[in-house]
Design a protein around this ligand. Sequence first.
Ligand SMILES: *Cc1c(COP(=O)(O)O)cnc(C)c1O
Length: 460
Amino acid sequence: MQSTKRDTASWQAADKAHFIHPFTDGASLHKEGTRIITGGEGVWIRDNDDNVLLDGMAGLWCVNAGYGQPKLIEAASEQLKSLAYYNAFFHTAVPSSIELAELLAEVSPAQFKRVYYSNSGSEGNDTVIRLVRHYWDLVGKPERKTLIARNFAYHGSTIGGASLSGMPWMHAQGDLPIPGIVHIEQPHYEALGSGLTREQFGLKAASWLEEKIIEVGPENVAAFIAEPVQGAGGVVVPPSSYWPEIQRICRKYDILLVSDEVICGFGRTGNWWGCQTFGYEPDLMTFAKGVTSGYVPLGGVMVSDRVADVVENGGIFNHGYTYSGHPVACAVGVANVKLLIQEKIVDYVREDAGPYLAEKLATLNDHPLVGYTDGIGLMWAIQIVKDKSTNALFDYDKQVNAICREFARKNGLIIRAIVNDRMIIAPPLVISRAEIDRVVEITRRSLDETLVELQLRGWF
Ligand SMILES: *Cc1c(COP(=O)(O)O)cnc(C)c1O
């Protein structure tokens, strides 16, 4: 663990002076002071003052293998010693990038044998935009340029990624989305499905895609992109009728189906990929986060034979990153994928940890502030409500879930407060049953304290 001689106040002062944080209101950050995190082991992180917290968010949905895995650390340092960097542009490659490509093909659905590397999920989705448009040009249908995405999707923060994302507050800054990207409503049953059964609603939500295709003109649509389960949009699990119907519609109009697996990939839903959990066959899959368990940045796109055969035989695709297939990132990716395989971590999520967390979270349903829980595998949301009988939400500006998040942190647990008063729990996939018990125990205590606080404020 990195030992530092500087105290927290000194780090905070330097942070305030020099570091602009992502997705952060600088003024409120520096009023409270940045929390300085210095160590991690398993599902636990430690701050500069030696407080230990259970990381119920796996960093940012990425530390699937947990902190401090010796095999990942060794893989990085061995690669750094032998060859820290070389590119993949000039008819060259390094062994780790080839080995990871081979492994990714092994753990992916049959249509995927090839990968295009990026350094992040955002870049992966930018690659998707360029790749699908290039594909349609090559097959002689250059008018197919529009991508359809969903409201409250999160596909990243580059201009392409933010345009694909369906977050109104992101679009509001910098005149997004860029042209050629349109959105449909999300398959959020509790918010939009009134009067329908879950499965009826799944079909209805999928029909919004068909409506949009007809509105844009099928001959103009390049692809539909979606997360298997919306992550940053609040862990919204679609009805089981949704994805097969989406698949049918994409095939009917010959539209490429892109699965953004940046959160769901690498075991989070209990299979290697979210599309396997929900039963559909995408043409492209974006990945990042869990591929290296976040130890070093890496992302990419799994490219199906349908698209890869065309692009590989279509001359130069004028696209690439200096760090496409970075040796160190790929070496960690190899070690991480092997670890997930050898330790049967994906099976553990599906058969043990996932169902156990689901069962324990369900015990919170009796709480006055909990409307319901929503999730799959090791990605879960607790819906905070003002009124259990109607699932009515508190006014958004009260930020009730942020109150709960702060109590949780004080009690030693990191969980995330997200859009529409949801609390998110998405721990490292190696979390034990005892640690899950602890997560749920602290969550209940924090909900209790939130309730008292709301009563004090006269909000409940
Ligand atoms: C995090 C995320 C991204 C963006 O990945 P970055 O590595 O932050 O660029 C894209 N899609 C989904 C679903 C994500 O959760």
